[in-house]
Write a protein that binds this ligand. Structure first.
Ligand SMILES: [Zn+2]
Length: 369
């Protein structure tokens, strides 16, 4: 199953060797950029340790143990991640009904579309309750597996208090336990946590590998695969999200937005922005498409064969005419838009973000340059 993970051969062969030689560490830290397969590798590693198939076929993905790992129902597997306040008991019972629904949706999304982002309605961090539950579970013996597997995703979101509580567990983990922390922000972790784990580095995925994945697995056209791979910048997760989006409605909205920018019709913008009250996911998609638009406009003069929105070529030309120097701003604009996506994920009001984007686009495309 490891062949599904692209560009992490070094990490995977290290982990395979550990299992084959029986020298599995008690705690690992998988670190590296976002969207490159750290979580999936951790999951498959746990599956491999507990799989009942022949050695060279592990993880098989189909035995009873693997199946349970795949739908996160294995009694010896615990997945801890940043959440809103859960009021979770030591046995894992969540008392807040509203958050319980979102918690279930998060897991469901992780099983079905692990590359898709999921946004909770409230602020998230790794909660002390979750760590207490993990400690409680760690002290029980395995139910049916060889080892108990604990994945702590986004370990950088342990706050200091929680991290210190967790440190005790990391200091003396039972021998039948494998804890895997994942993070894309190594610097945000306490050094005491880092030093107690075996560190496994993950790398950005090459543009070529992302392109191949988009063409072979998602059936994208050549050009589209190239552009998405470029925008994704080593992040497979992002590339898959771009490929996945059913984009007709969003594309329509993007066209309306760009028209408003060109005409500088503030009244229309206010009307338009009212549609985005509270709908962060739609705005996230809209921003992804604006990123593609910026590339398209920048490509017009020298690389028109790379333009994606070929069916809206007139609009690409209009925007280009508004600012023929757009190529000079393209990198900054894309960075700005990515920043807006991060802000949105951190729960800044969607309408405020849209206003910020409108102002920025107006500066570049609203006047005469
Ligand atoms: Zn198996």
């Amino acid at each position: 199953m490891f062949e599904k993970i692209k560009g992490q051969n070094k990490a995977i062969s290290l982990l395979k060797r550990a299992v084959e030689s029986g020298k599995i560490a008690n705690s690992y830290l998988f670190y590296g950029p976002a969207g490159v397969g750290k979580f999936t590798t951790a999951l498959y590693f746990g599956m491999m340790i507990n799989c009942s198939a022949a050695h060279d076929k592990r993880p098989c993905g189909y035995c009873s143990s693997c199946s349970k790992f795949r739908n996160f129902s294995h009694p010896d597997f615990l997945f801890t991640f940043p959440t809103p306040k859960l009021d979770i008991s030591l046995d894992g019972e969540i008392k807040s009904a509203k958050i319980l629904e979102e918690y279930k949706d998060y897991i469901k999304n992780k099983i079905e579309n692990p590359w898709k982002k999921f946004y909770f309605s409230q602020n998230i961090e790794i909660r002390i309750d979750s760590i207490r539950m993990l400690e409680h579970r760690i002290n029980l013996s395995p139910n049916e597996g060889t080892k108990k597997i604990y994945i702590v995703e986004h370990a950088e979101m342990l706050n200091e208090k929680t991290a210190n509580a967790f440190l005790k567990t990391l200091e003396e983990p039972p021998h039948d336990t494998v804890i895997i922390l994942t993070t894309s922000k190594l610097n945000a972790l306490l050094p005491t946590i880092i030093s107690r784990c075996q560190q496994i580095k993950f790398y950005p995925i090459s543009q070529k590998l992302i392109e191949e994945e988009l063409k072979n697995q998602r059936y994208l056209e050549d050009t589209e695969a190239k552009i998405f791979a470029r925008i994704a910048n080593g992040n497979m997760e992002k590339a898959l999200v771009l490929a996945e989006e059913d984009s007709s409605e969003v594309r329509q909205n993007v066209l309306i937005f760009l028209q408003i920018v060109i005409s500088q019709n503030d009244a229309k913008f206010i009307e338009f922005s009212a549609n985005f009250k509270g709908s962060k996911n739609i705005l996230q998609e809209l921003i992804s498409h604006l990123i593609i638009w910026i590339s398209d406009i920048a490509y017009l003069q020298n690389y028109p064969e790379n333009i994606i929105n070929i069916d809206s070529l007139e609009m690409v030309k209009q925007l280009f005419m508004k600012n023929p120097k757009v190529e000079n701003y393209a990198f900054e604009m894309i960075e700005f838009l990515e920043n807006m996506q991060h802000k949105l994920a951190r729960h800044v009001n969607a309408q405020l973000i849209l206003i910020e984007i409108y102002n920025e686009f107006s500066k570049i495309f609203g006047g005469i340059h």
